[in-house]
Design a protein around this ligand. Structure first.
Ligand code: ZN
Length: 368
């Protein structure tokens, strides 16, 4: 019996099972009990795999999204607005501290509009950054605040000798343990479909064609992040016309679990071809009370085929009574803005947990 136990314990005792003291126990249990044990093992295995963590910092209708990879690397996507006595940089630094970070490995600037690049000087005064990632030179040189934000960023790059990486479509960002592919940059789009994508997109025919956007928005660095089965997309403020290039007639991106809502939910982005094509399970919108959250965009997301919940960083004044999600899914309600964040914890099997810092409540989305 001892020999048999040894033999079976070798067969059944994976590293996880041994750690749980379950290897030998499997010998003397019924099939039903074995099923329970197996399910516990699966859950335990999933729990010990480090999740991807994403903080959606409230920067009042700008973007500041902090990714912490399973390997512990940090990447902040955009830095919010300038001024306001460093409000946005303070909020980013507070969330970084909460996450146990004393520096940021990467800051990816999607584009140079002031609600994305404006916070760079204040951020650098609070937390060190190892490397910046961007789409290259500013192209929209006619907008004074944009030029000012870009110049301040360039000056700091030189002064602080911070490393710089140019993003181009198709390249993989230097993150370990997951794959983050750049799908748009400087107005150029991914040429070939991502693995698993490339099907004809039936939602193209219900999406109107829109004129080419000439602003920095269309030059946004966009990425699709894959970790195991989990897929997440963040395209910054990429505009409708560029979405159509990525999604029509064939979908180059494929379905995602999480959609970081483009352009703060403003109706210059978020075409049905894109949103229905990527068919997110969960969408998180970085709108402000008076910026983004357009009713038409909100409706497209809410009606997308696989959506379980849309979360909002803010109640949207434009959305009013009919185009806002229920209060538990909003981080900052009307008139009570204290800069609450949302936090996503995402596992490689597709299990998601969204935490609302205002309510202290989490919602769990089991793996599909
Ligand atoms: Zn923006």
């Amino acid at each position: 019996m001892q020999q048999m136990q040894k033999k079976y314990s070798k067969v059944f005792c994976s590293a996880i099972a041994c750690a749980m003291g379950l290897g030998v126990a499997l010998l003397s249990i019924s099939p039903a009990q074995a099923q329970v044990v197996n399910s516990k093992l699966r859950k335990h295995k999933m729990d010990i795999l480090q999740p991807l963590t994403v903080y959606f910092v409230d920067v009042e209708g700008g973007q500041a999204t902090l990714f912490i990879t399973p390997e512990g690397q940090s990447m902040l996507v955009d830095t919010g607005w300038p001024d306001h006595a460093g409000r946005d940089a303070d909020r980013i630094a507070a969330v970084a501290k909460l996450a146990g970070l004393d520096h940021l490995d990467f800051v990816l600037l999607t584009h140079y509009h002031t609600d994305h690049v404006g916070g760079v000087p204040q951020l650098l005064a609070r937390i060190p950054v190892v490397e910046f990632i961007d789409h290259g030179p500013l192209r929209e040189t006619t907008d004074a605040p944009t030029v000012q934000g870009y110049d301040a960023y360039q000056k700091l790059l030189v002064q602080t000798h911070t490393k710089h990486l140019l993003a181009t479509p198709g390249m993989k960002l230097p993150l370990y343990g997951l794959t983050a592919t750049v799908v748009s940059a400087d107005g150029n789009m991914l040429a070939a479909p991502l693995p698993g994508a490339g099907e004809q997109n039936s939602f193209c025919k219900v999406s109107e064609q829109r004129p080419t956007d000439q602003t920095e928005n269309a030059r946004s660095v966009g990425m699709v992040l894959q970790y195991g089965k989990l897929r997440l997309i963040d395209l910054g403020d990429l505009t409708w016309d560029k979405e159509m290039q990525l999604m029509c007639p064939n979908d180059k991106l494929g379905k995602v679990d999480v959609y970081v809502v483009s352009h703060h939910g403003w109706d210059h982005s978020g075409s049905p071809a894109f949103v229905d094509g990527i068919a997110p399970r969960v969408a998180i919108m970085d709108n402000g009370e008076n910026k983004g959250g357009s009713p038409s965009t909100w409706e497209i997301i809410e009606k997308s085929p696989r959506l379980q919940n849309l979360w909002q960083l803010h109640y949207s004044a434009e959305g009013g009574a009919t185009h806002n999600v229920a209060a538990p899914y909003i981080a900052n309600l009307q008139g009570k803005d204290t800069g609450n964040y949302l936090k996503l914890t995402a596992y490689p099997n597709g299990r998601l947990v969204v935490f609302n810092a205002r309510t202290g409540q989490s919602q769990i989305y089991p793996a599909p």
